[in-house]
Design a protein around this ligand. Structure first.
Ligand code: G3P
Ligand code: CA
Length: 229
């Protein structure tokens, strides 16, 4: 039997709907993903909001830095097709344990706020540790999260290949390395597997690329068009 490769809806299904909105996550669920990926920041008033950029300019009708806005200010914006910038809790309520939620710690100081919400959903809403995956390019922040919440799988995000290959993920006690399509190769995948790590590759949208990446024996693929995975 072929190995199961995790289908991960990137920012929901951003090829179809405005990224990181409830509408995008609903679409990803309708397309039968195994997991959804989203990005989080802590805004000025402390709420954890789901948005990709440090500025709100590209994805909303507002301007300025995400972290400088109050929650009330952010909620007045249109994040595309009339959608609001969601909170992490709204996304978790929507998903309701149907698929894994990959939370990427994108903003500064997001580990504690993310931990508090995950802890609440595990204690009060029947979620399991394995319903989550937390990842980040900010490895010190990811390390902070892992110490707060050791049972949650973490993924070390990489944009390129370090001299020591997948070693940084071992140091972080991560379950996976999440690597850019621009750099993944067979040697790297083999090294990660030898170290007991999964390899998830972002962001793969072209059908030829999807076939090529699957041939590397990776464990999961992030895509804007999850139906192609
Ligand atoms: O987590 C995979 C991918 O989302 C990382 O890059 O820039 O799309 O957040 P980016
Ligand atoms: Ca992301």
């Amino acid at each position: 039997m072929d190995k199961k490769i995790l289908k991960i809806g990137h920012r929901g299904a951003m090829g179809h709907e405005p990224e990181n909105t409830l509408r995008s996550f609903k679409k990803a669920l309708a397309l039968n993903v195994d997991a959804i990926e989203l990005d989080v920041y802590v805004c000025k008033t402390g709420e954890l909001v789901v948005i990709h950029d440090d500025k709100i300019d590209r994805t909303t009708n507002g301007t300025g830095y995400t972290e400088d806005k109050t929650f009330t200010e952010l909620r007045q914006l249109d994040a595309g097709k009339g959608e609001l910038i969601p909170t992490l809790e709204e996304v978790l309520d929507l998903v309701d344990k149907r698929v894994i939620v990959n939370i990427e710690l994108k903003g500064r100081n997001t580990a504690v706020a993310t931990y508090q919400i995950i802890d609440k959903y595990i204690k009060n809403h029947g979620w399991n540790e394995l319903d989550f995956m937390v990842s980040s390019f900010d490895h010190p922040e990811l390390n902070k999260f892992k110490h707060l919440c050791p049972q949650i799988p973490i993924g070390a995000l990489l944009e390129g290949i370090p001299l020591t290959y997948a070693e940084c993920a071992v140091q972080l006690n991560a379950q996976s390395i999440n690597l850019s399509i621009d750099f993944v190769n067979q040697d790297f995948v083999n090294d990660a597997h030898d170290k007991g790590l999964k390899v998830y590759v972002y962001t793969v949208n072209d059908s030829d690329d999807i076939a090529k990446i699957k041939n590397l024996n990776v464990d999961g693929i992030f895509g804007n068009f999850p139906e192609r995975l």
